[in-house]
Write a protein that binds this ligand. Structure first.
Ligand SMILES: [Mg+2]
Length: 238
């Protein structure tokens, strides 16, 4: 029996559509520490541990608390550091330093060319998410939900539920693409199937519930899966 055609595909941003963590967000956090006159710095390995905490403010709060600041001080420092970090990441995005993940443009194009809409569910901040998406994908994405609009970040399923609601699509005929365990839990919690395309920072993440686990975003397994479910002739991405 042929596979049921897809109604929509929902993408995560950080680590899925873009290689944005190590050379984007990490650098922006370090610039923010410097601008604040703080001694803190996150090297690649340290950031690899911290990236499991979703949300920049939450990541910073936990870091400052673990560094010996009082809860009140940690919260205040986190909010101010994150405000500056958002400005730095906007500058980094504008500089073109953050590139799409290998295979991401081809995968998005193949889905759009079959007439299937693509959406975004991220817990990143809208101020940098929108220009980042525009830099590599133009106006490809129909519904873009970010951490600026939703109260609970991944692994809560809220951001995926909001995309499904706004796009009006059936979760049984939609698939999510994620790079991390937090994202996988979020997507499956919203009733979605999820392809887990892990990267260097998420290679050891738990995979329970993923329909495909791969290190390649658009490798042979993912390509074949989509070929069986993208059947409509269609439009191309403008
Ligand atoms: Mg991610």
């Amino acid at each position: 029996m042929p596979a049921q055609p897809l109604e929509a595909v929902i993408f995560d941003v950080d680590g899925t559509l873009f290689d944005s963590e190590r050379d984007g967000h990490r650098v922006a956090f370090n610039l923010a520490f410097t601008a604040m006159g703080l001694p803190d710095r996150w090297d690649v390995a340290t950031y690899g541990r911290l990236v499991k905490i979703t949300g920049g403010v939450q990541r910073l709060t936990r870091w400052f608390e673990a560094s010996g600041h009082s809860v009140a001080d940690a919260g205040r420092l986190a909010i101010e550091t994150h405000r500056r970090k958002t400005t730095f990441i906007q500058d980094i995005v504008a500089s073109g330093a953050i590139q799409p993940r290998k295979g991401a443009p081809e995968l998005v194009h193949a889905i759009r060319a079959a007439g299937v809409p693509v959406h975004v569910a991220t817990t990143g901040t809208r101020a940098w998410v929108e220009p980042l998406l525009a830099s590599a994908f133009g106006g490809c994405f129909d519904v873009v939900m970010t951490g600026t609009e939703v109260a609970d970040l991944k692994p809560s399923p809220l951001v995926y539920r909001e995309v499904l609601l706004r796009a009006g699509c059936d979760p049984a005929r939609t698939v999510a693409i994620e790079d991390s365990a937090n994202g996988l839990i979020s997507a499956t919690g919203a009733g979605l199937r999820c392809i887990l395309a892990r990267n260097d920072y998420t290679r050891e993440d738990a995979t329970a519930g993923a329909i495909i686990v791969t290190d390649e975003l658009y490798g042979p397994e993912v390509r074949t899966w989509f070929e069986h479910r993208l059947t409509m002739p269609g439009r191309s991405c403008g």
